[in-house]
Design a protein around this ligand. Sequence first.
Ligand SMILES: *[C@@H]1O[C@H](CO)[C@@H](O)[C@H](O)[C@H]1NC(C)=O
Ligand SMILES: *[C@@H]1O[C@H](CO)[C@@H](O)[C@H](O)[C@H]1NC(C)=O
Ligand SMILES: *[C@@H]1O[C@H](CO)[C@@H](O)[C@H](O)[C@H]1NC(C)=O
Length: 469
Amino acid sequence: WLRLQAAAAVLALTAIAGAAHGFEFHEATIDAIQLGFRNGSLTSTALVRFYLDQIGRLNPLLRAVIEDNIATRDALNTTAGSLALLGSVVRRDAGVAARLRRAGAVVLGKSNPSEWSEFRQVDNGWSARGGQTRNPYVLSSDPCGSSAGSGVAAAANMAAVTLGTDTDGSILCPSSFNSVVGIRPTLGLTSRAGVVPITPLQDTVGPICRTLSDAVHVLDAIVGYDELDAAATRVASKFIPPGGYVQFLKKDGLRGKRVGVLRGFFQSYAGTRRLRVYEQHLATMRKHGAMVVDNLHVAANPTALLDDISSNEGIAVVAEFKLSINAYLADLVYSPVRLLADIIAFNNAHPIEERMKDFGQDDLIAAQNTSGIGPVERVAIRRLKELSANGLEKLMKEHQLDAIVTPGSDASSLLATGGHPGIIVPAGFNEQGVPFGICFGGLQGYEPRLIEMAYAFEQATKVRKPPMF
Ligand SMILES: *[C@@H]1O[C@H](CO)[C@@H](O)[C@H](O)[C@H]1NC(C)=O
Ligand SMILES: *[C@@H]1O[C@H](CO)[C@@H](O)[C@H](O)[C@H]1NC(C)=O
Ligand SMILES: *[C@@H]1O[C@H](CO)[C@@H](O)[C@H](O)[C@H]1NC(C)=O
């Protein structure tokens, strides 16, 4: 994860040296930080020191920070949480890291990831290098992954802002479980160059922050064309509005919007506090001028649709992963492993550290067993396009929706497999005190209106409470 000290490189010059007077570090927003730099109550040094102290104090408990999958050409390792990549040397900063540094950011550390990002199918925020990441609200609860550390670090004020990477749910899910805002941008809006890959068809990088405003400031800093991820970023850069995204932080952003409720996704919460809270939120959206179109279904049988997506996604992802990870490893200046086969061999040679008994590496072995994008993969990729076109895209056009709303990251596959964006906003806490979010999803390029709706919703509800230790 990265801490964005927005425009600090310039503004810090005018800041008064010495201790911060009257600056409230806890829950500080980018706007407050910039004001603090301007009015002399904050220095860049004091801010960095605060976050380093937070990391020092909280990381032994939360294990949010190690070094993960966004390349930085500095002393930080880029390992995707895996011991296999320890000591590997990247050629350059990842595209998004370079953009953040140009905006004045100081990179303090990287998130403890889980799942594929650390080369195993671990689902509970565990990585070989970082151990178990914990949810700062309920320590025994899953913080969700794979950008687990980013969600936790943002929630627990261990950074001003963080980035996550998402193939299918990895930004949305940890944002939901840690009561923070996550933006999964349209595919290609942000560069994937220098990010440890899973599949170019779905990978995207986006902000995870305490407020929507902060997330949008970060989004503005990281979007844009990158010659090292040329095809995708060229296509998506046409979506970037002149003047950027901050202009869409509108308090009345729900007014006149058509918001579709995908009822199938809410059914599993029947009888829970969570569903009651979601119903109140729908009422709040109506009160703020949204036209809530209820009882929509993305398919006659949503479970069958999700199964269909998931099996085709699986076929495409394993083949794409082998190609992408081998290309990533080949491009490193130095690496102890150069091929997916080396990672598999490394895991086999280090069964204790990698907890092979608990987690195995079936997905890696399945990926290794593929040989490029052949007829089977092409059929699967085409099927995913059809499912998206006849599912979410058709529904949204038919009902002229500005967004669909769904619980947490439950609809992430609908968005991810179509390259569509989604924004998670904190929505409540369940009976056990575990946070959950609500997702505003849209079609490619819908970021401006999703930001309008998500911001208006956030300002109307103000659900986020910092975790209490
Ligand atoms: C400076 O700005 C911060 C907000 O970032 C505020 O908390 C503080 O009170 C301000 N101090 C002065 C002297 O205006
Ligand atoms: C990166 O990994 C090396 C081991 O290869 C370790 O010595 C070093 O401390 C790590 N860097 C950081 C910043 O933790
Ligand atoms: C390897 O791929 C072949 C088809 O190419 C398949 O029949 C076999 O089950 C696969 N094995 C594994 C371990 O995935």
